[in-house]
Design a protein around this ligand. Structure first.
Ligand SMILES: NC(=O)c1ccc[n+]([C@@H]2O[C@H](COP(=O)([O-])OP(=O)(O)OC[C@H]3O[C@@H](n4cnc5c(N)ncnc54)[C@H](O)[C@@H]3O)[C@@H](O)[C@H]2O)c1
Ligand SMILES: O=c1ccn([C@@H]2O[C@H](COP(=O)(O)OP(=O)(O)O[C@H]3O[C@H](CO)[C@H](O)[C@H](O)[C@H]3O)[C@@H](O)[C@H]2O)c(=O)[nH]1
Length: 325
């Protein structure tokens, strides 16, 4: 029952590969190292360098490793870049994923877990956001993932594909054992950028906007620990593999801690953990940033029995800091 992890040389994929390996599950990684890093590849897991859009390679891989399930992390995921190059995102995310799923159904690979995103919701009309919230992405990145979600029921209807789309909120933190962590180049995410200031790789943290309708004027986000995300993937796969024939197994599930923290609260917590003053530079709002994104994680708890462990911000930032230090 080997699982293929696409994007396993990336941040969330490498943590999930570690979790599966730790649980003794057979895994193979496919990654083209376009935004990932060889140093994040966990030891002892077979690695194939290649593109998820390469049908021939996929067919060989599915047969050679007797793949039964796919966890699909590989994607482009820079919101700002997607605004400038929408076509890149529709091709790299939506079109290549159609190629991947087409190869799956042709090779009897029947279980699919998608890395989706809170960006499919767009500007929220209610907080916390549950899975029934209207989907109106405000950028091509979010739309490229929504298009994949829209395809999935059709593959299920025609070929019996079982799927779960996991909509992550803000992934953060690092493996508590220090075996993997967050590396992106360029880095656009808040916590690693704050820690770069603490490491004196950056002079100040640019804070995008202080006039949002929130208590301190900065954006509020739901930070979810990457090892809790990894756990949810294992539980989602178990759920698909073991759900009864008559049960409605496929569907979308939010993954968030259910708590929101403002940018200033994150900076304040990082100051306490690192002992660094972390100077800030006030900047205009970043286009496309909603004021508040906080998940309802009720469905993940009920359907997957998911119980996030690292729900406080200290633990999230501490693990990220330990990885860098
Ligand atoms: N980081 C977050 O906060 C967050 C939030 C919501 C959703 N997501 C989604 O989670 C997934 C993983 O995000 P991440 O932060 O780990 O990203 P990442 O860039 O660290 O990892 C993506 C990996 O996929 C690989 N890849 C990209 N295109 C590929 C292709 N065509 N063929 C093979 N490999 C390819 C990259 O080399 C990289 O190793 C993405 O799908 C992203 O959209 C991330
Ligand atoms: O240097 C920085 C970086 C970020 N921020 C602010 O910090 C908050 C969080 O920003 P991130 O870039 O860390 O995360 P986003 O909420 O923009 O994006 C995350 O959540 C999105 C869902 O809405 C997508 O899934 C995306 O892939 C994922 O990284 C935002 O208010 C942002 O404006 C700063 O002030 N300074």
């Amino acid at each position: 029952m080997t699982t293929l992890i696409t994007g396993g040389a990336g941040y969330i994929g490498s943590h999930t590969a570690l979790a599966l390996r730790d649980a003794g599950k057979p895994v193979v990684i496919l990654d083209d190292i376009s935004t990932g890093f060889r140093q994040l590849l966990p030891e002892g897991i077979p690695f194939v360098e290649g593109d998820i859009g390469d049908s021939q390679l996929l067919q060989d891989l599915f047969q050679r490793y007797e793949i039964k399930s796919v966890m699909h992390f590989a994607a482009r995921s820079l919101v700002g870049q997607s605004m400038k190059e929408p076509g890149t995102y529709f091709l790299a995310n939506s079109a290549k994923t159609a190629t991947l799923i087409q190869a799956m159904v042709q090779n009897n690979v029947g279980h699919f877990i998608l890395s989706s995103t809170a960006a499919v919701y767009g500007e929220p009309t209610a907080i916390p956001i549950d899975e029934n919230h209207v989907l109106q992405p405000t950028n091509p990145y979010g739309l490229s993932k929504k298009i994949i979600e829209d395809m999935l029921p059709w593959f299920e209807k025609a070929h019996g594909l079982k799927w779960i789309s996991l909509r992550y909120f803000n992934a953060a933190g690092a493996d508590p054992q220090g075996r993997s962590g967050e590396i992106h180049d360029p880095e656009t995410h808040l916590i690693p950028n704050i820690l770069k200031v603490a490491l004196e790789e950056k002079e100040a943290l640019q804070v995008f906007g202080n006039d949002y309708p929130t208590p301190d004027g900065t954006c509020i986000r739901d930070y979810v620990h990457v090892t809790d995300l990894a756990k949810a993937h294992m539980q989602a796969l178990d759920f698909l593999l073991h759900s009864a024939r008559e049960e409605k197994a496929s569907g979308t599930i939010n993954l968030g801690s259910g708590s929101g923290y403002s940018v200033l609260e994150v900076i304040e917590t990082a100051r306490r953990i690192t002992g660094h003053p972390i100077p800030v530079q006030w900047c205009p709002r970043r286009p496309g940033d909603p004021a508040i994104l906080v998940a309802s994680n009720k469905k993940a708890k009920e359907k997957l029995n998911w119980n996030p462990k690292h729900t406080n911000l200290e633990s999230i930032i501490q693990t990220a800091w330990d990885y860098l230090g």
